[in-house]
Structures are given as C-alpha cells and as structure tokens.
Design a protein around this ligand. Sequence first.
Ligand SMILES: Nc1ncnc2c1ncn2[C@@H]1O[C@H](COP(=O)(O)OP(=O)(O)OP(=O)(O)O)[C@@H](O)[C@H]1O
Ligand SMILES: [Mg+2]
Length: 572
Amino acid sequence: MLFRRVLKYFKPHKWAIILAMLCTVLVGLVSAAMAKVVKPVIDDVFINHDGEMLKILPFVVIGLFILKGLGRFGQQALMVKVGEVSIMEMRNDLMGRIQHRELSFFEANNTGSLMTRMLSDVSLMQNSVSYVVDFIRYTVTMLGLTVVMFQKDWRLALVASLSLPLAMYPMRRISALIKKYTRRTQERIGGISKVLVEAFTGIEVVKAFGTEDREKKKFREQSLKVLYHTLKRSRLNSATAPIMELLASFGIAAIIWYGGNNVINGVITPGDFFEFLTALLMMGEPVRMIGSVNNKIQQASAAAERVFEVIDETPAPCETEGDKELHPPVEEVRFEDVHFSYNTREEVIRGVSFVARRGEMVAFVGESGAGKSTILKLLPRFYSITAGAIKINGIDIREYDVKSLRSQIAIVNQSTFLFDDTVLSNIALGRPEATREEVIAAATAANALRFISELPNGFDTVIGERGDTLSGGQKQRIAIARAILRNAPILMLDEATSALDSESEKEIQSALTLLMEGRTTFVIAHRLSTIRHADRIVFLKKGLVTEVGKHQELVARDGDYARLCRIQFGEV
Ligand SMILES: Nc1ncnc2c1ncn2[C@@H]1O[C@H](COP(=O)(O)OP(=O)(O)OP(=O)(O)O)[C@@H](O)[C@H]1O
Ligand SMILES: [Mg+2]
C-alpha cells in the first residue's frame, strides 16, 4: 500500500529504474559467476596442472570485475538521480497540499512538526529507492548463488540452507522495532523544531523575561529524547549483521562437517567442495546486507507514513467546496443566523444576522473577545460556519470557488505579516501584476510614501523577517497600501489604524474614506470616532447581536453602545 504510494513518484522515471535493475541483475549474476571460477582454478590448474586454463583464467577474472564495476556504477548513478528527483517532487507536492489546508489545520499542527515532516521525514525517504534496489541486488545475488549451490550438490545445499528459516523471526522482530523507534525519533525531532521555532521567533519575549535558560532546558530535554530513541534504533542496527552472520555460520559449520566427510570418502572432489564453500561464503555479504538494507527500508517507511498522513488528510470543506465564480459588483453581503465555533469548543458566534449593501459601511463594536474578528474571518471562509448562511449576491458563499471569493476581498488585519522581501513586493502582494507606479500610488494613498523614501533603498529596501525593522504604524500603512492596491469590492478593516497616532490616523482615515467609496466595507475599531458615520453599527456581546443601527439611533436608544460612547467621549 505504502509502497504503491511511493511508486507513483517513481513512475515517470520508469526507464531509468528498469535500466538500473538490469545493472543490478548483472552485478548479481557476475557475483554468482565468480564462484564458478573456483572449480577450474583448483581442479584444472592446481590438481591437473592444465596450462591452457591458467592462461585464460586471469582474463576471465578481470573481465568479470569490469562487468561488475560497470553494473554497479550504472545502478548507483541512475538510482541516486531517480531518488533525488522523485523526492524533490514529493516535497513540492507536500508543500502544495499543506498550503491548501485550512487555517485550523495550522492551529492544530505546530510549525516545527510540519517543518520536520517536510524536511527530515522526506529526507529519510530519499534513500529508500537505492535501498530497495540494493535489496533486490542482494536478493538476486543470493538467489544466483543458491542456484549455483543446488546445481552443484543439492544435498549440500539443503544442509546449508537449513539455517535460513531461523533468520526470519529475528528479522521481522527487528524490522518492527526499527520502524517504531524511527517514528518516535521523528516525532521528537518535530519537538525540537517546535522549541527552536518558538525560541527564535519569540526571542524578544525570551530576552525581555530572561528565560534563555528555560528555552535551553526545553531544547535539552527534547534532544535527550531524540538521542534515546536514536540509540535504541542504532543498537538494533548494529545487532542485525552479527545476528545474521551467526546464523550463517551454522550453515558453514554444517557444510564443513558434511562436505568434508564427502571429500574424505571420495564422493566429491576438493574442487567441488571449494566451489560450494566459496558460493556459501559469498552468501555472507548479501545475507548480512539484506538485514541492514531491510532496516533502512523500515526507517524510510516509518517516515513515509508520517509524510502521507499529511498528504492524505482531506482538507476541510472550507478549502474545497464550490465552483461558482464571484464577479463584481458585490451588491449585497448577508449573514443569516450564523453560528460558529472553533473546533468543538463552545460557540463563539451564536446567531448573527445583518446585511451590507453595495458601498455600505458596517461597523462591529463590542468588548474584547466578543467575536468581532471572528465574524470577519468567516466571510473569506477561513473557517466554515456551523449553522446558518452567509450569502453574497444571494448565493451561499459555500457555492463559490474559494479563490474567486477571496479575490474580491481586501483585508487589513489586527497584526500585519510582512515577508522578508522588499517593501515593493510586500505591497505588491495585494496585486502581484501591478506596475511599480501603481504600487507607489497605493503607498502614497496609504500615507506611507514619506517613511518609505527615508528607508536606505526606498521601495527596494528589504525589511527583514516579519518586517522586524519597521514600526507597528509603518507596518500597518504597508498593509493599508496592499489593500488599496488590491482594489477589491469588499474591504475588511480589523483595527486597521490601531497602531497609528492620532495625526497619522486622521491622514489615513481620509485615505481610507476614499478607499471605501463604492465598496462594501466591514470595520472593527475600538476608537468610535472612526465609525460614527457607518451605515450600520452592529453591537456584539459574547457572540450575540444586541443592537443594530446608526450612531444617532443607538445613542438615542441609550443601550450598550451609548454607554460605550459615554466612556470614550465623556459625553454624547
Ligand atoms: N483560532 C482560534 N481558535 C480558538 N478560539 C479562538 C480562535 N480565535 C479566537 N478565538 C476565541 O474566540 C473568541 C472571539 O475572538 P475574536 O478574536 O473574534 O474577538 P474580538 O471581538 O475580535 O476581540 P478583540 O477586540 O480583542 O480583537 C475569543 O473568546 C477567542 O478566545
Ligand atoms: Mg479582534
């Protein structure tokens, strides 16, 4: 089953693999033929003093080694290439699939563990191709030698192979254990990666609270666990060859005793005996190697299981359903009794309904944790609602193709993620095909031009991981420029101006007001001054809508909203 999955990636390289197999068979056959040379050496040369044979034999030996060398080279070179190329494809495939997983997948799987699967596990699989070929090579060699032995003297061969079944039990037991410990090791490596990712991305917190030692200790603990399982696995690996050899020695001992007797009694010639013994001794290498190659294959298959676990999980419906294209204009966005809970925890949105018509601005107000940001995440289907419906232009958003739905939405978030790239390409994320002039125009509208032109390389300045070199307000203005550039009919602003001082906020507010023109906008703002002019203010309390209306209406109603206004403005 697993084998067939891996095979899929090797299929395009069918011919290279077949050629490598032929090389393998060649190597196996030549190895077996070497045993055949022993009899003429002993019987013809040593015993019968045959001079002619002596002239031929050295060339035969060299010829055989040349053939074997060519076969080995061909096999090795071809298989390494096939292995590397197919593993790269597998890794790309994995990345493609992981990227399309829904947000909750990334909440459930930590970054470190995902990275381990993509890097460490896939690498473990990397050599599995050449291991499989090695496995076949050694098996062919062994079979070839067995044929030589049976053909020579089936009674001797039977005696020699009595110990083979004995090898089966330890082999299987070791295989299972190796697989188990590999899995554990890989899980722990995931643990190490997790500690690393957290310690490095949270380095500011680590330093601020002086918890370097704590991180070091966590890392040490994980490393120790990796070491523990790795050592267990390598002990098994080291035991494999001696166990196999010990079993083989039973066969050899039996042959020396039984074959020796036959020679003494004149049943077979010394040449026959040595040909047989050579074939048997030559079995030593393949028998020993089959054991360790099998171990490697077990490791690779443990890793493969971990990789396919990720590939096989079907993405949540929010990333798959629907094939309708959403085209502008967006006339209406409607929430109908929407319910939602993250995972299986208690409901965060408990029956929310509202309408936003084309060009309207709808604002969400409520205390922290009321579910404001969550509502905005439901519209682009970052999560799937559990009951009710969200409709755009009268059609349930589940019927739209997700990509097409999201392409009509521009988002400015509570926190802005920037890539370690230039300012220009970070803004151009909003619309990758935009020209430089369009990007600059967007930055100007977002009031970001001044600080960008003060950067060492202006728009071509690389801003470091997560935009670490920029201030919170600067990041936010880049995010706003992105949204302006995206030019989408639906705009979502979640605390879009929270990191700005009053002055910049005022300037950007005018840019945003311009941007909102003709667009359906959803706004979350703790500063009520920014939402005074909203067409509709939705007051949320623990996932429920308690009030809806314009600013004046809600103030007149003298409810929750009015109380909030009194706190913020001192009066109404
Ligand atoms: N990814 C998540 N997984 C599980 N629970 C979540 C997740 N995100 C938010 N929550 C929970 O959902 C509830 C609503 O969160 P939400 O972010 O929507 O609040 P909010 O109204 O935007 O608050 P704030 O004003 O502080 O931004 C909170 O109780 C929060 O703990
Ligand atoms: Mg929020």
